[in-house]
Design a protein around this ligand. Structure first.
Ligand code: CA
Length: 224
């Protein structure tokens, strides 16, 4: 899951960046309204945390512009004011939720989870192939009913492959959804994670699940 944080205060930026990464999210940070809008338009995010008071363009303007553009990425608006008018305005310009500063991270995290759980963003929480089952809500993976322990990145990678079962998932898609903008596209991080994932989920006596597609990416399916 990839989150965009649009926030100009460095303390809040660092705090959100750190805590969200601890929870396993890929995080991009934009420190001005224009940059935030640009990131939101050019990348695909699962959720946007949008501060109201920003240089160049405020949160309401960004929210409005994204919605008018047909962008449906869930947005949680953050503001120092908890005045009712602000909340109403935030929600009527198309934000999905509203949090006032100061806030507890746990509260924000609960709101994020509630939004990401909505059926419009996650069609099915259980994905499977052969006798491998991944449950996104419970964050568990089973093969032949035995639990497999994956790191957060490995889990996210497997989830992405399973959501596109039978179709090639490109390195670009993997970077977009699982890594932050700062991953060097030529590094072998993706290969290393695929290798580790294979080691954990493949079974020597069963059909191979993860296939490399040279020059393109990876695919999960049951073809030999
Ligand atoms: Ca601000």
């Amino acid at each position: 899951m990839r989150i965009l944080v649009v926030e100009d205060e460095t303390d809040t930026q660092d705090f959100l960046n750190e805590r969200l990464k601890e929870k396993g999210f890929a995080v991009d940070v934009a420190d001005t309204g224009s940059r935030g809008l640009y990131y939101a338009k050019t990348n695909e995010y699962d959720l946007i945390l949008l501060d109201y008071g920003l240089p160049e363009k405020n949160g309401f303007a960004i929210c409005e512009e994204l919605r008018m553009d047909g962008n449906t990425t869930p947005i949680i608006m953050i503001s120092v004011s908890d005045a009712v008018q602000y909340k109403i305005r935030g929600l009527t310009t198309g934000a999905d939720d509203y949090v006032s500063k100061p806030f507890y991270f746990e509260e924000l995290y609960a709101r994020i989870q509630a939004i990401l759980r909505r059926p419009t963003t996650i069609q099915s929480t259980t994905l499977f192939i052969d006798d491998l089952v991944l449950d996104s809500a419970k964050q568990i993976v089973l093969r032949t009913d035995k639990p497999i322990y994956l790191t957060r990145k490995e889990f996210a990678l497997l989830e992405l492959l399973l959501k596109h079962k039978g179709v090639v998932v490109t390195r670009g898609m993997i970077m977009e959804h699982i890594w932050d903008l700062d991953l060097d596209p030529f590094s072998n991080t993706i290969e290393t994670h695929v290798l580790n994932l294979r080691r954990k989920i493949e079974h020597p006596e069963k059909t191979k699940l993860i296939h490399s597609v040279p020059g393109r990416g990876y695919k999960i399916d049951l073809t030999r």
